[in-house]
Design a protein around this ligand. Sequence first.
Ligand code: PMP
Ligand code: GLN
Length: 380
Amino acid sequence: MQIQSKLPQVGTTIFTVMSQLANTHNAINLGQGFPDFMMDEALVEAVNQAMKDGFNQYAHTNGIPALREAIAEKVYYLYHTYINAETSITITPGGTYAIYTALTTILQPGDEVIVFEPAYDSYVPNIILNGATPVFIALEYPNYAIPWNEVAKKINNKTKAIVINSPHNPTGAVLTETDIQQLSNLVANTPIIIISDEVYEHLIFDGIMHQSMLRYPDLLERSFVIASFGKTYHCTGWKLGYCIAGEALMKEFRKVHQFNCFSCDTPKQYALASYLQGKNKYVQLCIEIQKKRDLFRSLMKETGFVYIPSHGSYFECYSYSKLSNKCDTAFAKELVETVGVAAIPVSAFYHNKTDEKVLRFCFAKKETTLQEAAKRLKYL
Ligand code: PMP
Ligand code: GLN
């Protein structure tokens, strides 16, 4: 059987490729972004309890009210913005799904969507699947800042949306107040929608304040804000997240959502609703994970890799230009095969495979894992 591919240019995602290669060679996997340490057992217990208490049938299609209320409370606590849990929050099976649903909700064939590269690898296929066109803008190497002049030039009457991601995957760059000002100025008096991927909202370092769309009413009214419990609570395999948007946008989002997954895992929603009351868990996450970034960075100083500062996320990028002239995919493969450490070649996040000789390392790992990885990288 042959079918016409909807994604003829797309192969297997780099995360699957590198994780498989790491498994084959029994390498330390600092590629795909997931923790190798245990999540909080109290949260696991809470899920068990919810199952024992009989919460095992379909949840409300928008998510159980208690969880949506808890999210609204968290948003108020962090950003001083009141969100209507009934009309503006939907629980989703992960952040990736929420991004896809938001794009599917708004896009018509012929629309354009501005995407900054390097970009998390689901955005572009999601845009193409909806018959729209990605418009690429390269972040400025090596600090990966947004070139706003370029954005101004690329906006036209076909521009339906801009995808932003802060803290940023793969670079760990974060939006500043000046970026927010630039964005506000550019979208004011236009119908442009913002897809704001904030799955690393609680993973921000160096005392920097997260510039959430949830802080800015003029931006929030045109935004879909995407979050992921997987990243916040070290349970990426749970695939649970949520989307926040104004009532009119959310009404349309829910039309798509109800016929795509209908509802999400019930016992986990009950568990998360009570677990979210513990503010310390998400407030202190930045301290816990920054320690890992700092440790990995200091260990990597003993190697030939040069860091490109990350201010958030699970990741830090490193230039290897002092070590090899090979292209980044070949070098990443060589690292797995010869020293037993997997990383992600950053060219995978560009449509034209821009190769700055940079690899992305995930530092959300046990100290011993980071130490062993750095030890291996030292002898390159
Ligand atoms: N956006 C970015 C930038 C990510 O790195 C990820 C990976 N977790 C996601 C979205 C998706 O999150 P989830 O695992 O909840 O689908
Ligand atoms: N977000 C994770 C990363 O960037 C992986 C998600 C995935 O495997 N799709 O590594």
